[in-house]
Design a protein around this ligand. Structure first.
Ligand SMILES: *Cc1c(COP(=O)(O)O)cnc(C)c1O
Length: 497
């Protein structure tokens, strides 16, 4: 196992070094899919053979988000330090439900570092969760319990004196709808306020909605502001919304899955000024911090409210004065009891690279989004579909004379051909009823010329949608240095795609 483990690590380096020269993504051929169906193995196999399947069949058909030309949806592009840390965390083996362990201290230090990075006051609490969706659930549950006016550990929402109302913009991420369902509030309790032409929440409309709800006997409880919308990267006017929440006595939850980390980017932190005023904040470390999946964080301004929302007594989980149970139970801040040691990857990444490096990457990605926007604006056959507010660029190829249905089919075909050729991976969305190609630049490997290539390819496919795109320009994008020789050894199986 020691030899195979060394091989895995060596292969990992080789694979990462060769990323740029391979396709971003490729679909698994039919004949290979058989390796991933069939009965449960009853007998052992050599680890080498099992790993060979991983290296030769699985790896070449990965998501592609580690590649410099992956810009679909919104996800980080990985970090080797974080990947090594995930292995070390598993070897440490601690359960982060609690316990008097080193892991517990690392977890608490990481949430405290994140608190500092976000400008939250000392004493604010945090909990590491699987991602942004769960971080939002933690924040919204706290908001619900604090604002309900009754003790939801004992009573149900049906016993609340008034029906609670939450507010967001019409650009809110759908995880909040799942949360409304989960929290027993129901989708109709979330009022989606109109956005202006830059896709930011219209604060006057929000104010009017709150007044109308009060008049109708509802209880305005919480505003969900978004710092970096999924569709267009827009950032709601956080200071105005924070003022309104203060004046009206509402909880302010900020979904910062995309934008919260802009707070560490020296040239762009002003974009999210006011984020430190949230009562709860969701941030996603497997996006802008590039931690390997999965890890997100919920911060809550008032530690007592956070704990009161989630802590339940259990005779079998009592803090002791000595021994293994002589530490705060971290499950008191979360829905989960057992949690993995996610904290270690964030802790090691921040120590190894320093927070400023991550801030500079975010600045570069925002600059690259602006660069791409300029390329689009300079091209008469390309149309920008939304103002570029941060790291998301929405546009489409429009040769003229096509109605909306044809433009949709035409651009979807461009997106699919880019994906299938392995040149680049982008996604699509619909903005106010119109289809847009969407480029989300959350990638520390992307160079400006990768985006130049994207535009050339879109133009080329757009002009001749039946010719198949190629990787002809790829050699010009290769690293100039010679690739490292793969590790030689008996167990050598693959460069792994
Ligand atoms: C990505 C995203 C989420 C969901 O986060 P996951 O980590 O995918 O669970 C929520 N809100 C916004 C604005 C997002 O961009």
């Amino acid at each position: 196992m020691r030899a195979v483990a060394h091989l895995m690590v060596n292969d990992a380096f080789t694979r990462l070094e060769g990323l740029r020269d391979g396709p971003v993504w490729q679909s698994m051929p039919e004949e290979m899919r058989g390796a991933f169906s069939g009965p449960v193995p009853t007998d052992p196999s050599p680890l080498e053979a099992v790993y060979t399947d991983v290296a030769t069949k699985l790896y070449p058909h990965a998501m592609g988000n580690l590649h410099p030309r992956f810009w679909a949806w919104y996800m980080g592009s990985g970090c080797l330090t974080g990947a090594l840390a995930d292995f070390l965390a598993a070897i440490d083996g601690s359960n982060l439900g609690g316990g008097n362990t080193g892991a517990n201290l690392v977890d608490r230090q990481v949430t405290d570092w994140l608190r500092q990075m976000m400008g939250f006051p000392e004493g604010a609490s945090g909990t590491l969760v699987s991602g942004g969706s769960m971080a939002n659930v933690i924040g919204l549950t706290t908001a619900r319990n604090v604002m309900a006016g009754i003790d939801l550990h004992q009573e149900s929402l049906a016993d609340a004196p008034q029906r609670l109302r939450f507010y967001s913009s019409d650009q809110v991420h759908n995880c909040h709808l799942k949360a409304m369902n989960l929290l027993g509030l129901g989708g109709r309790s979330l009022l989606r306020v109109a956005t202006d032409h830059t896709f930011r929440m219209d604060v006057d409309a929000l104010r009017a909605a709150i007044a109308a709800d009060r008049a109708a006997g509802l209880r305005p409880a919480c505003v969900i502001a978004t710092a970096g919308t999924t569709n267009t990267g827009a950032i709601d006017p956080l200071p105005e919304i924070a003022d309104l929440c203060r004046d009206e006595g509402l909880w302010l939850h900020i979904d910062g899955c995309i934008g919260a980390l802009f707070a560490i980017a020296p040239e762009n932190r002003h974009l999210v000024a006011g984020i430190e005023r949230a009562d709860s904040l969701a941030l996603d470390l497997h996006k802008g911090l590039h931690a390997p999946f999965d890890v997100g964080c919920a911060l809550v301004r008032d530690r007592r409210q956070h704990r009161m929302t989630f802590a339940e007594t259990a005779e079998y989980l009592q803090v002791a004065r000595r021994g293994l149970a002589a530490a705060e139970f971290l499950h008191d801040y979360s829905l989960e009891t057992t949690r993995g040691f996610r904290a270690l990857k964030v802790w090691m990444m921040l120590r190894h690279h320093g927070v400023d490096s991550f801030g500079r990457i975010l600045d570069r990605n925002i600059a690259q989004a602006r660069h791409l926007t300029q390329l689009i604006e300079a091209d008469p056959l390309l149309a920008l579909m939304a103002p570029t507010a941060s790291t998301v660029v929405c546009f489409r190829h429009d040769p003229g004379g096509m109605d909306e249905a044809r433009l949709k089919a035409h651009n979807t075909e461009i997106m699919l051909r880019l994906q299938e050729s392995g040149v680049a991976v982008i996604s699509e969305t619909t903005i106010r009823g119109r289809l847009a190609l969407r480029v989300a630049i959350c990638n520390h490997r992307t160079r400006d010329d990768d985006l130049d290539l994207l535009i050339r390819e879109v133009r080329q496919i757009g002009e001749n949608p039946t010719a198949s795109p190629t990787l002809r320009n790829r050699s010009s994008l290769r690293h100039s240095r010679t690739p490292t020789k793969p590790h030689r050894g008996k167990a050598q199986v693959s460069k792994g795609g």
